[in-house]
Design a protein around this ligand. Structure first.
Ligand SMILES: [Zn+2]
Length: 168
């Protein structure tokens, strides 16, 4: 897989949202990240990585903050976003919720005292989040989809796509 990767200088933008370099979740302050080359319009539909990792990502995104009594930071605010109709108002909110819930998941995965249960090459990469797109469902225009592009520690590309109304 590694020979498909190219080192890319980071503009600290994920989707339409800009970060400052020090807090950028894609390059983590280093200024560059690795991306996979999959041709001109290479859209990898589903994951080549761990199914368990994908499930954990979805859990982190879709469970409400406060739903885990053992971890007050677990979960995301996305369940609030779905009730607001205008996606242009909420894109930044959606992206910041995605970023913070994935950061929490990453912290848990990196915690050596915490028995996470995934092989270390299957946990989220240190430079985990490569792209976040907020899309409209083509068959149901009022439904928004989150499409995430991530990598695990073996640099496998993982694409997770989920409708926001799963947060119900
Ligand atoms: Zn960056």
């Amino acid at each position: 897989m590694r020979d498909l990767l190219s080192k890319i200088s980071c503009n600290h933008k994920i989707g339409d949202y800009s970060f400052v370099q020090t807090t950028c979740p894609r390059c983590e302050g280093t200024g560059y990240y690795f991306d996979i080359m999959v041709g001109n319009h290479g859209d990898i539909e589903v994951t080549s990585g761990s199914k368990r990792l994908v499930q954990d990502i979805l859990k982190a995104l879709l469970e409400q903050v406060g739903s885990n009594i053992d971890d007050s930071e677990w979960g995301s605010e996305l369940y609030k976003v779905r009730i607001i109709q205008d996606p242009t108002l909420t894109k930044a909110q959606i992206i910041s919720s995605v970023v913070s819930s994935l950061k929490r998941l990453k912290v848990l995965m990196d915690d050596e005292d915490y028995q996470y249960g995934l092989p270390s090459n299957e946990v989220l990469s240190r430079r985990g989040i490569k792209d976040i797109q907020i899309l409209r469902d083509t068959t149901e225009p009022r439904r928004l989809l989150i499409q995430l592009s991530l990598s695990d520690n073996s640099e496998d590309n993982i694409v997770v796509k989920t409708p926001l109304d799963n947060t119900r």
